[in-house]
Design a protein around this ligand. Structure first.
Ligand code: GUN
Ligand code: FE
Length: 406
């Protein structure tokens, strides 16, 4: 058993957060076994200079693009062709893929993220390596090999059957075979995937209750080209609906330029959205219709989208979430909720992670806050969202195990 003295900052809902000052937390068998104001022993680790928050959750991130963070471009398709695709090719080399994966996961735990939903480069070895390193470091991750079988540069293009078969093999080898790792079927987006590939993927994932991730309506040019390729569909969302790719375990990245009919399809199918504010800003994709999607009660959560996003830090993403809205005000409470408990809900894991509660897994991030004893809940929360990237992360735990300590 592990006992820790700390100050718990816990998300309750999009409008509520609780703050438990000088509290004792115990961890047994990877789970939180008690939270109390008092302790009878003096045998505890003292993190009372920190806030303890639930481990941050990144619902959409491209591991193999980690080294090209900050490569500026004026739009998505130019950025993909100039930076992302050539960089993903480098992960064909096993040593390079290992280095990217190791640096990615190390940085991610150093920045307080405990769960990531990941796209790797379209090479089986690159995905396999990402799983192995995730297991070695001890993070929680849902990982998929990007699939692309048309309209792509030759160096990334895969044969349809091979793209699918490799994904199937990775799914069988890694999905739920260890406690913290799962597979996600990953057709990149409709522009680079054939009808056959999307249909096979949708049908298999549905039959096997597997996760699916893809991109939807990020950029105007992307949407125009997609609709030309699928003239029988009235809108982009219908393309994914047609090929059985939508459902409660589907995570759609971006979803910016979207109409009410499309949002109705997303809602009816129970599909989820990964909102990537830093990326949407950086490559000028547009403004996520935050208020509209929230009012429709479609489930969404925050994501870094590195390397469309510049930083893997979900503390940065929380800040960007408010900056990126022209009119809607995202409160610190709300931004915190979308990076923690709501992320867990998007993944259907809110009973296991996302908040600090007896019985849940101990996925925890400890962040040093100067003069913490003199600060109130509201100041601490605002400091977390707007100054979080400048604060020192002292430790990150996944299922009770330290994966990072400074
Ligand atoms: N759409 C298709 N692929 C990508 C990608 O790698 N990054 C982003 N931001 N959008 C995409
Ligand atoms: Fe993306």
């Amino acid at each position: 058993m592990k006992k820790i003295k700390t100050n718990i900052l816990n998300p309750i809902s999009s409008s509520q957060v609780e703050y438990l000052k000088n509290t004792f937390l115990t961890i047994e068998n990877g789970k939180i076994s008690s939270i109390s104001k008092e302790t009878k022993t003096s045998d505890f680790s003292d993190h009372s200079d920190c806030i303890c928050i639930p481990g941050l959750i990144d619902t959409h991130v491209h591991l193999s693009q980690y080294f090209i963070r900050g490569s500026h471009s004026s739009n998505l398709l130019h950025w993909l062709n100039t930076y992302a695709f050539p960089e993903e090719l480098k992960s064909k080399d096993l040593e390079y893929a290992k280095k990217v994966a190791r640096d990615f996961f190390k940085d991610s735990v150093r920045k307080g993220t405990t769960t990531s939903v990941i796209y790797t480069a379209p090479f089986k070895q690159a995905c396999e390596t990402a799983f192995q390193i995730a297991r070695e470091i001890g993070v929680r991750a849902i990982i998929g090999k990007t699939m692309m079988d048309c309209n792509s540069p030759d160096f990334l293009l895969q044969d349809t059957e091979v793209a699918f078969k490799e994904s199937l093999e990775l799914f069988e080898k890694w999905n739920n075979k260890t406690k913290l790792l799962e597979y996600v079927f990953t057709p990149r987006f409709a522009l680079t995937c054939s009808s056959k590939l999307m249909q096979m993927t949708g049908d298999f994932a549905k039959q096997n209750n597997a996760y699916i991730q893809t991109h939807l309506s990020e950029n105007h040019e992307e949407i125009r080209t997609t609709l030309k390729l699928f003239p029988d569909c009235d809108n982009y969302t219908q393309v994914y609906e047609k090929f059985n790719l939508l459902g409660p375990k589907t995570i759609l990245g971006h979803v910016i330029h979207i109409d009410d009919n499309e949002l109705d399809i997303i809602k009816e199918t129970g599909s989820k959205i990964a909102h990537c504010p830093d990326s949407n800003f950086f490559i000028k994709s547009g403004e996520f219709p935050f208020e509209k999607i929230k009012n429709k009660k479609i489930s969404f959560a925050l994501a870094s989208d590195v390397a469309g996003g510049t930083s893997i830090s979900m503390l940065n993403v929380m800040k960007m979430c408010n900056y990126r809205q022209q009119n809607y005000i995202v409160s610190p409470t709300e931004a915190f909720y979308y990076a923690t408990l709501c992320g867990a809900k998007v993944l259907g894991k809110e009973k296991i992670i996302g908040s600090i509660k007896v019985g849940k897994d101990a996925d925890l991030t400890f962040i040093k806050i100067p003069e913490i004893e003199n600060k109130e809940k509201e100041n601490i929360l605002s400091e977390l969202v707007y100054l979080g990237t400048e604060r020192k992360i002292k430790a990150t735990f996944v299922a009770g195990k330290p994966v990072f300590q400074s």
